[in-house]
Design a protein around this ligand. Structure first.
Ligand SMILES: [Zn+2]
Ligand SMILES: [Zn+2]
Length: 343
């Protein structure tokens, strides 16, 4: 069985590995699609805190159940061989202060499949804990469904935001996360959604998924201030720009991943005087099941978001293309022999 392996920081190899075996309450899954995101680039560069090499990357995955380990038959999660599934990559200790207080995304021993110490899905087949495997309807598009993982992060983002019905929402960044946050805004009660991205090409994707207000600079928008501003870039310039565009009483969310040493400036007096809320959102918390349901209900336009699929042989090309910022969502399809342009 073939697998992409990050052998060490900055080193990628293709390996032939023995077939993985599912252990107690574990599921063996044949990979259909794995999305590539900024986290994979950070992991490859050795910038993700806690990563243990060698590691098979890939945390935004879907697939088909091939085998069930012991104990799966007695579980209330009735899974069967042949089921189509999406995988929540987060595994937690269940013992630390944060796990015990309902905030397991902040677990002190947080481990993500393909991110920290457990192998991910950029291989022909992989093993996941039963509790992380979510069954999909047989007619759900198994490739596009790899967007369910980032969608689950986005639903968690909206869970975290102080907001009211009728809010005007401004999103920075028209990459996958920005477009998902923007598409969820109407479900969170937004009266309008504006997306800003310096890259015109990405604004075209925003148009394709139905975002009406799109600008390369928020100065050109039809309003000056917003009730909710969400940064999906992690870029300090965008963050500082967004913080200036909050109405009194508004909320700002750090949703994009900034560099660990990045520092942004804001005026504390304004945060006090205007009662601004500034918060963050990290990964998935009790939102994966809702993401499955919303995806299957057609809450997001997924097809315009996925532009290329890559075979395992072409993994490094996918990483290069991701870094160049060209294309839309890129996927690895480990059981396809050829890479394809989808849009
Ligand atoms: Zn991701
Ligand atoms: Zn924990």
């Amino acid at each position: 069985m073939r697998a992409v392996v990050f052998a060490s920081e900055g080193t990628l190899v293709l390996e032939d590995r023995p077939e993985p075996k599912p252990g107690f309450k574990e599921v063996l899954i044949e990979t259909a699609a794995v999305g590539i995101c900024g986290t994979d680039a950070h992991v490859f560069d050795g910038e993700f805190e806690g990563t243990v090499f060698p590691l098979v990357p890939g945390h935004e995955a879907t697939g088909t159940v091939v085998a069930l380990g012991e104990g799966c038959d007695t579980s209330i999660n009735k899974l069967a061989v042949g089921d189509h599934v999406a995988i929540n990559p987060s595994t937690v200790c269940g013992e630390c202060e944060f796990c015990l207080n309902g905030k397991n995304n902040l677990c002190r021993s947080w481990n993500g499949l393909g991110v920290v110490a457990s192998d991910g899905a950029s291989q022909e087949r992989f093993v996941a804990p039963l509790a992380n495997v979510f069954k999909l309807k047989p007619d759900t598009d198994l490739h596009l469904a790899a967007l369910i993982e980032p969608l689950a992060c986005s639903i968690r983002g909206w869970d975290q935001l102080p907001r009211r019905m009728g809010d005007h929402v401004l999103v920075y960044g028209a990459g996958t996360m920005g477009l998902l946050m923007a598409q969820l805004a109407p479900y969170a009660g937004a009266a309008s959604v504006t997306v800003v991205d310096v890259n015109e090409g990405r604004l075209q994707v925003a148009a394709d998924v139905g975002i009406q207000h799109r600008y390369t600079n928020a100065d050109d928008a039809d309003r000056d201030l917003w009730d909710v501003v969400i940064d999906c870039t992690g870029n300090v310039k965008a963050i500082e720009d967004g913080l200036k565009r909050l109405k009194p009483g508004a909320s700002f969310q750090h949703f994009g991943v900034a560099a660990t040493d990045a520092v942004a400036q804001y005026a504390p007096f304004r945060v006090y005087r205007d009662e601004l809320s500034i918060g963050g959102s990290m990964a998935v918390l009790n939102s994966f099941g809702r993401a499955v349901e919303m995806f299957e209900a057609g809450a997001i336009k997924a097809a315009p978001m996925v532009s290329h699929s890559f075979s395992l042989d072409d993994y490094s090309d996918a990483l290069t293309m991701f870094r160049a910022g060209t294309g839309r969502k890129l996927q690895i399809r480990p059981n396809d022999s050829e890479s394809k342009v989808l849009l």
